[in-house]
Design a protein around this ligand. Structure first.
Ligand code: SAH
Length: 363
């Protein structure tokens, strides 16, 4: 790959079908046959990086490889205790010899009891990759229990992990540090909207006497209840109420009928999957945030998130300010946060920063 004017830039993976034609993989000259060994070295480096940050002291569930952020465009590997889940999103990484190099390195460096492939069918189709079912690729284990610590003095919370079920690669590990942050401020009666399997809800339940989790997925809520049972001795809340509902309808009803909470978490799915969907997405965020703000008691804690790549931190903060103005609430920003450190953000690659998590004090 050459710069305008002819200076050598580096080499890149190409895709015949993606809107992203080239993905930089090295700043040195290299040829195709070297790709498996480049990939193996990068996977090792990615593992070392997490070790340097001592991520495993916080949790045995974290992202081991994060695509471009680890110079491995199109490869995601998540560690769930002794089970690894991986996902391939580009043609170059899907090649047989490259996949083998990834699996070999993971086996030698981590030695998991199972390696599972998780498939994002939509991306595979866009990338013109053959459809595959995924599933167990190595070893025999697909289910395990993961742990997350918020600080050294507390026993970690435990969550079930089942590689044969769930969304993404199974859990939302990018929110792990935000669970701990939310727990620090949470109190009173709490509502976790878009709760999935209870990542936030369980952390809130350590501090709050009443917690409600809302999600549209019954399977996710059932896993949430099992997670509650795994941890009940560590929690202040005697139970968590899991509500299967469309969050938009529920927030509209509850804000109109005057339901009030002292802590609210909003963590919706990505509304803006494409640049074109941006303005509709911002309207969706504003509506949800407005409703939630109306439902907060004075002095309440609001944790509001967006995982849309196409919504910048600034746009998200402006939307929140807009919602606060319409709700006639003054809010103070306690923390403006991003994704956990095992999902690195690389300076100069804005696409690697996608998660926004704002914690605010609502007057
Ligand atoms: N907070 C979660 C992750 C949320 S992901 C965690 O930390 O683990 C988004 C969730 O929103 C998914 O669980 C999905 O089932 C749910 N969802 C999507 N659309 C919804 C809707 N309209 N109403 C309620 N839940 C919805």
């Amino acid at each position: 790959m050459l710069e305008e004017g002819g200076r050598f830039l580096g080499c890149a993976l190409s895709s015949s079908s993606s809107q992203i034609a080239l993905r930089m993989v090295s700043d040195r000259e290299c040829d195709q046959s070297e790709l498996p060994s480049i990939v193996a070295t990068r996977v090792k480096k990615a593992i070392e990086y997490r070790d340097t940050l001592r991520i495993s002291e916080q949790s045995n569930a974290y992202r081991v490889v994060f695509s471009e952020a680890d110079q491995l465009p199109g490869l995601i590997v998540d560690r769930y205790n002794d089970v690894l889940a991986f996902q391939v999103l580009t043609q170059a990484i899907d090649r047989k010899e490259v996949r083998e190099a990834v699996l070999e390195t993971l086996d030698t460096e981590i030695g998991p009891a199972g390696i599972v492939e998780r498939v994002d069918a939509r991306i595979r189709e866009l990338e013109e990759l053959p459809a595959t079912e995924g599933g167990l690729i190595r070893g025999e284990k697909m289910r395990t229990i993961i742990e997350m610590s918020t600080n050294q003095d507390e026993s970690p919370l435990r969550f079930e992990y089942d590689a044969a079920a769930g969304q993404k690669t199974g859990a939302f590990l990018d929110q792990r540090e935000n669970y701990a942050a939310a727990q620090r401020y949470a109190r009173g009666t709490a509502l976790d909207v878009f709760c999935y399997q209870g990542g936030f809800a369980l952390h809130l339940a350590r501090m709050c006497n009443q917690v409600i989790g809302v999600d549209a997925s019954r399977a996710a809520l059932e896993a949430g209840e099992r997670n509650f049972e795994l941890n009940s001795s560590l929690l202040a809340a005697p139970e968590i109420e899991w509500l299967e509902a469309n969050a938009f309808d529920l927030l509209r009803d509850w804000s109109d009928t005057g339901r009030r909470f002292q802590t609210i978490v909003l963590d919706p799915p990505a509304f803006a999957k494409t640049k074109k969907a941006l303005s509709t997405a911002l309207r969706g965020y504003k509506e949800l945030n407005l409703r939630a703000l109306k439902m907060l008691e004075p002095g309440g804690i609001f944790v509001t998130c967006s995982c849309s790549h196409h919504v910048s931190q600034q746009e998200f903060l402006e939307t929140l300010a807009d919602a606060a103005r319409d709700a006639r609430r003054r809010i103070r920003l306690l923390e403006v946060r991003g994704q956990s450190q095992d999902h690195p953000v690389v300076a100069g690659i804005p696409e690697t920063a996608y998660l926004k998590c704002v914690i605010a004090f609502v007057e």
